[in-house]
Design a protein around this ligand. Structure first.
Ligand SMILES: *Cc1c(COP(=O)(O)O)cnc(C)c1O
Length: 398
């Protein structure tokens, strides 16, 4: 686990000195890091003329949309609510929507927010396309290039066998009609997850092989998300080459809609140790942070999150960290520390802005962590807090 890059926005300060006064658990979103990410993304857009959108499913902390709008061209939504949020909180930006299937009872409202609407099937295009076109929207169809470039994380691979995401060429040929085709302005593919530009290059080749007869008729090509552009070892020059080549060769506008890359390493989850127990020679620290509730990807992906001051093997004192819930599998991971752990010790998990605040839950009646902002000049501002009402109101009304 190499932590330096992940925690670099802290400078040389000890986390407890910076954040030790605020109630844990809490998320702290780092505006300075968001701006740095934004600058990297904007440089790609400026160099190529492509447009980059925030995929809100990774990060929908709208208090930061104002600052992000200086660097991005708009937002991407997974459905009605995210589309509405994007329109409200980044009103000057474009609003793009992709949804696995749109609903009759939401579609009119969706049209009032969206600029681009991407359909997941030919049938959905047939059902909603004319109406969307009449409302002046730009229409796309998500294709499935059937090109898996990731291993190990099948739940994040839209090209896995039997995937419902995107139209394969075989299905396209079976169902596409000239009338429906004439409604299309663009194509969309999303196949990557935390990947580099070499995998994008491979994917683009597959798209070109399968859809070379279609591309000349398109105004835009949306290359989805999963581009880890703001990671240190990401090959940005290659991305710039790919995007420029695509726009020139096919005479269209390229869109990218990263989520992770926008807010990579731009947040923390702070917690404290509540107890230290042991079982069969394993020392276990119980924390006020729950993997299951507060960082669900730790269990879903699964992965071990970065923790400030800890590593995975070199330090002397090894502990398993787990949440306070009753779920046996609510394990954050095994970590090695320089000193023995004790009750009250402060913990800071890194890279916690993405897929956390918009994905957490109140399982076990766990409180939702408050959300704080660390401003560009280091000031801490509480953005929101949660309590019993947030647990109860999701379950019923009195
Ligand atoms: C998840 C998703 C994204 C963002 O993916 P990241 O891995 O967070 O960059 C973009 N577009 C679509 C359609 C998605 O499903």
């Amino acid at each position: 686990m190499e932590n330096r890059e992940i925690f670099s926005s802290l400078g040389n300060e000890e986390p407890e000195k910076l954040f030790g006064k605020i109630k844990t658990p809490c998320y702290i979103i780092d505006e300075k890091q968001l701006i740095e990410n934004g600058k990297i993304l904007k440089a790609v857009a400026d160099r190529t003329g492509c447009r980059i959108l925030l995929a809100q499913k990774a990060f929908s902390n709208f208090n930061f949309y104002g600052v992000l709008s200086q660097y991005l061209s708009g937002t991407e939504a997974s459905g009605l609510y995210e589309a509405k949020l994007g329109r409200e909180a980044m009103p000057e930006g474009e609003v793009h929507v992709f949804c696995g299937a749109y609903r009759d009872d939401e579609f009119d409202e969706l049209l009032s927010y969206a600029d681009h609407i991407v359909f997941n099937s030919v049938r959905q295009l047939q059902k909603f396309g004319e109406k969307a076109k009449r409302a002046g929207k730009s229409l796309g169809l998500r294709i499935n290039p059937q090109c898996s470039t990731q291993e190990g994380h099948e739940i994040y691979d839209p090209c896995a066998n039997g995937s419902r995401l995107g139209v394969t060429r075989e299905v396209w040929d079976k169902h596409m009609t000239p009338d429906l085709f004439s409604l299309l302005d663009g194509l969309h593919f999303h196949t990557l997850c935390e990947q580099n530009s070499d995998d994008l290059e491979i994917t683009l080749k597959a798209v070109e092989e399968k859809f070379s007869d279609v591309l000349p008729h398109m105004k835009w090509l949306n290359m989805g998300g999963g581009h880890h552009i703001t990671r240190k070892d990401y090959d940005i020059q290659r991305l710039i080459k790919i995007v420029s080549y695509t726009q020139n060769k096919w005479n269209l506008q390229v869109y990218l809609e990263p989520g992770e890359a926008v807010a990579l390493n731009a947040g923390y989850l702070a917690g404290r140790i509540l107890d230290v127990v042991e079982n069969g020679g394993i020392k276990i620290a119980v924390t006020d942070v729950s993997a299951a509730c507060h960082m669900p990807d730790v269990i879903e992906m699964p992965y071990t999150p970065p923790l400030y001051g800890a590593d995975d093997k070199n330090n002397k004192y090894k502990y398993r960290l787990g949440g306070p819930t009753c779920l046996a599998g609510d394990i954050i991971g095994d970590f090695c520390f320089k000193e023995p752990l004790k009750e009250g010790d402060f913990l800071l998990f890194g890279d916690m802005a993405i897929y956390t605040t918009c994905k957490n839950n109140t399982f076990n009646g766990m409180p939702l962590p408050d959300i704080w902002k660390r401003t560009e000049n280091g000031e801490l501002i509480k953005l929101t807090d949660f309590g019993y009402k947030d647990f109860k109101s999701r379950l019923g009304r009195e």
